[in-house]
Design a protein around this ligand. Structure first.
Ligand code: ZN
Length: 369
């Protein structure tokens, strides 16, 4: 029935417009990003095969108006076009630099003697010395910071990329990083970790639909998630699923709540992708540079290790389940259902098992750092 199929595609399109899948539609609103590589090519199209129209230097800021397949449409005062998202980082409006807060004297004071290392898996940076202050960002275990000041159980710190804020002094240790990792509560690896798996879409939202076999994204998100659940359980992790049935469709905020209320160690959202262009392969998304990027990196390293489809790397993604989530989180798009070749690969259980194993290995790597 053609009519019904058309309608479901339309619903999937609407999901894209709300910003959940940035590669399907324009991201809502533009933002400022900074370049984090020595030289970054700017291209005419969101593809490494398109022509180079200019380049950006490290530290340059640009306005990002659109995201597609891990590429960002950028505009600087010199050049505009498309650049690879993994080499840029969104500039947080709330970030304050050290020069804005420090007098000459306190900069001097905060130099060599007051280095410290983060002990907690995830440590919130707040804009004041108390739990009631806004969260500015996150630190992860083993990161080094500089202590600037302290006040009743809180210390003011500066990160290597010059973010300044306050953290609870219970979760940092003065001194070098080697000794710190050992003294934190949890053991290394997956044993005892709480992992939330989020099979994307469900219910009346099928997600992407395959062009050749009409493979439904919500169904293979779920089957891949079950393989991942088995992998993680066999390695001693405690697994929570945001849905376990095809007809279930939890709200995005409910999916986040499951992870936050269970005090989970990690949140992994499973998806398959769709595009109007002839695009192929895997994409791994993060939102927070400090909180989420290390997990995305660890998982992508394993997904890139020959599971049957090429990996397109990691990318910033302004996605609800990542953006609104206090848990370390990532979202993987494990292939394009809009690409007949990708579709014929990803619909096989062998591929889904390999992907699940790679994600589990990535999580294990992440928790063994
Ligand atoms: Zn999806």
């Amino acid at each position: 029935m053609k009519k019904i199929i058309y309608l479901t595609i339309l619903i999937c399109g609407l999901v894209g417009i709300t910003g959940y899948i940035p590669n399907l539609a324009e991201a809502s609103g533009s933002y400022i990003a900074k370049v984090y590589t020595d030289s970054l090519n700017v291209r005419s199209e969101p593809s490494s095969e398109s022509s180079i129209v200019g380049s950006l230097k490290k530290g340059e800021t640009v306005t990002v108006s659109k995201e597609e397949y891990g590429w960002l449409r950028i505009k600087s005062d010199r050049v505009s076009g498309w650049a690879a998202g993994q080499y840029m980082k969104k500039v947080d409006g709330k970030v304050v630099t050290a020069t804005a807060t420090d007098q000459d004297g306190s900069v001097q004071k905060s130099s060599a003697a007051t280095r410290a290392t983060v002990l907690a898996d995830t440590l919130r940076i707040r804009d004041g010395a108390g739990l009631n202050y806004d969260i500015l960002g996150y630190l992860t275990k083993g990161e080094a910071v500089t202590i600037i000041d302290n006040r009743k159980g809180w210390v003011q710190i500066q990160t290597p990329d010059e973010q300044v804020g306050w953290v609870s002094d219970r979760y940092i240790e003065k001194g070098a990083s080697q000794t710190a990792a050992v003294s934190s509560g949890k053991s290394k690896g997956l044993k005892g970790r709480v992992i939330v798996i989020d099979p994307g879409h469900g219910g009346d939202d099928p997600g992407a639909i395959g062009t050749k076999y009409e493979t439904m994204e919500n169904e293979i998100n779920l089957s891949t998630s079950f393989y991942l659940e088995d992998e993680l359980r066999s390695r001693g992790a405690r697994v929570l699923m945001t849905r376990t049935k095809e007809e279930e469709k939890p709200e995005l905020s409910d999916r986040v709540r499951i992870s936050e209320s269970s005090d989970a160690d990690a949140f992994v959202s499973i998806h398959y992708n769709s595009s109007e262009k002839k695009t192929s392969g895997i994409l791994t998304f993060y939102y927070s540079e400090t909180k989420d990027r290390p997990l995305a990196r660890a998982i992508e390293n394993r997904l890139a290790d020959g599971i049957g489809l090429k990996s397109n790397g990691i990318s910033f993604g302004n996605l609800h389940v990542l953006r609104e989530n206090d848990t370390v989180s990532t979202l993987v798009e494990l292939g394009f259902l809009s690409n007949a070749k990708d579709e014929s690969i990803v619909r096989r259980s062998g591929y889904q098992k390999k992907a699940a194993k790679a994600i589990a290995n990535g999580l294990e790597d992440y928790f063994s750092r």
